[in-house]
Design a protein around this ligand. Structure first.
Ligand code: PGA
Length: 255
């Protein structure tokens, strides 16, 4: 197996601390010993530390949903890579389409975050993906290429395999409209080719590329069977232990 599958739950702005505690306890009870698949949960900031304490001693890893590129300073409301690292966060979602669309994040800003995350030994989950208009205009691959290359400026070969890419077509996020496995595989293969050109083909073969956008237990087996789909970034279906665990099991079965 060149690439270990990865299932990451993006809880978005959901779950109070006590709800987060219930969810993570149920996840740990069911997949807390899984070693054949990497499992990551990304709670809201208010629960990152407490969720991390529940994960302690399990194989499930802690992630965050965002961070600021600077180390510290006058950035009201923001959180740095060092702060996340100090509470044992291992992964951080960067450039999610909601951050791009609702909070004006540009490729250049996302790139600064990617570089700071790597410097702090956090693994960035860099999200890329086209909108419906862009897909209909036939510009999917151009959009993905710009976001990918823009997000990876300055990333060294020595760090490249710490980066995880998530291909999330915006029109499939939270809409119940999943990309077909052919549509997803086409873009994943394209991303892998670009990574091979940007770094080396060997690195391109090692970087994990997740699919995100209405991934559910019902559609996961087919998506995860595609040659270049190495896991999922899961929103809605990560909010309940049952469906999230089923997704981890689907990834195990796809090994
Ligand atoms: P969804 O969200 O699974 O609810 O479509 C995925 C994401 O936004 O990461």
């Amino acid at each position: 197996m060149i690439r270990k599958k990865l299932i990451a739950g993006n809880w978005k702005m959901n779950k109070t601390s006590s709800e987060a505690a219930d969810l993570v306890s149920a996840i740990v009870a069911q997949v807390g010993k899984a070693n054949d698949v990497d499992v990551v949960v990304c709670p809201p900031f208010t629960s990152v530390e407490s969720v991390g304490q529940t994960l302690d001693g399990s194989s499930v890893k802690l992630g965050a949903q965002n961070m600021h590129p600077e180390r510290n300073g006058a950035f009201t409301g923001e959180i740095s890579a060092e702060m996340l690292r100090s509470i044992y966060v291992r992964y951080v979602i960067l450039g999610h389409s909601e951050r791009r669309a609702l909070f004006g994040e540009t490729d250049a800003f996302i790139n600064q975050k990617v570089l700071s995350a790597l410097k702090a030994e956090l693994k960035p989950i860099l999200c890329v993906g086209e909108s419906l208009e862009e897909r209909e205009a036939g510009s999917t691959l151009d959009v993905v290429k710009n976001q990918l290359e823009g997000g990876l400026v300055g990333v060294e070969e020595s760090n490249a395999t710490d980066v995880v890419i998530a291909y999330e077509p915006v029109w499939a996020i939270g809409t119940g409209k999943v990309a077909t496995s052919e549509q997803a595989q086409e873009v994943h293969a394209f991303i892998r080719k670009l990574l091979g050109e940007r770094f080396t083909p060997a690195i391109g073969n090692k970087v994990r590329i997740l699919y995100g956008g209405s991934m559910k237990p019902g559609n996961a087996p087919e998506l995860l069977a595609q040659a270049d789909i190495d896991g999922g970034l899961i929103g809605g279906a990560a909010l309940e232990a049952r469906s999230f665990v089923q997704l981890v099991e689907a990834a195990q079965a796809a090994n």
